[in-house]
Write a protein that binds this ligand. Structure first.
Ligand code: AR6
Length: 168
């Protein structure tokens, strides 16, 4: 089941929440900052040991003080106009999250709108890519049963729901 919801992803109790991280994995602003604040300093210590993550991929850590068991740190692309492989890199982030979900027995996942903040990816386009990959993974028999796409504003929620409606 795929649900578009509004809220703070750090408050969700799911098997894993996804972070919109940067390649250092050492924290930043936006949802990344919120996740590190809520998880506590042990998260940064584990991230430092992971040693970074290339754009288009993702790494899994413990959730520490979060209600969620795990955090999957996905590094989305910075939007440069769309001709530098941004669509495929964003799709790869979602695919890697589902691969990690298989490996770590994750049944419920919550995604923020990766790359649509500081990284400036056009919102509707990012939602379309996200939903395409989510439905593909579920259709291919992923063990994940519940997916939340978490929006941070009413406007984003409405826009995301409109894109979902086009998926029939
Ligand atoms: N819960 C859910 N969504 C949130 C939250 C939250 N607590 N806070 C923000 N958002 P961004 P990016 C939404 O900028 O574009 C960081 O500095 C926000 O409204 O967090 O992938 C990293 O370290 C937006 O829709 O991530 C990187 O350097 C979405 O989360 C860089 O930002 C993503 O916005 C990554 O940029």
């Amino acid at each position: 089941m795929v649900e578009i919801i509004k809220g703070d992803i750090t408050a969700l109790k799911v098997d894993a929440i996804v972070n919109a991280a940067n390649p250092t994995l050492l924290g930043g602003g936006g949802v990344d900052g919120a996740i590190h604040r809520a998880a506590g300093p042990r998260l940064k210590a584990e991230c430092a040991m992971v040693g970074g993550c290339p754009t288009g991929s993702a790494k899994l850590t413990d959730g520490y003080d979060l209600p969620s068991r795990f955090v999957i740190h996905a590094v989305g692309p910075v939007w440069h106009g769309g001709c530098e492989g941004e669509d495929e890199l964003l799709a790869c982030c979602y695919r890697t999250c589902f691969q990690l979900a298989e490996e770590h027995r994750i049944n419920s996942l919550a995604f923020p709108c990766i790359s649509t903040g500081v990284y400036n990816f056009p919102f509707e386009r990012a939602c379309g890519i996200a939903l395409c990959e989510i439905f593909r993974a579920l259709g291919e028999g992923s063990r994940v049963r519940q997916v939340y796409c978490v929006c941070f504003s009413d406007e984003d929620l409405e826009r995301y729901q409109r894109i979902l409606a086009t998926f029939g």
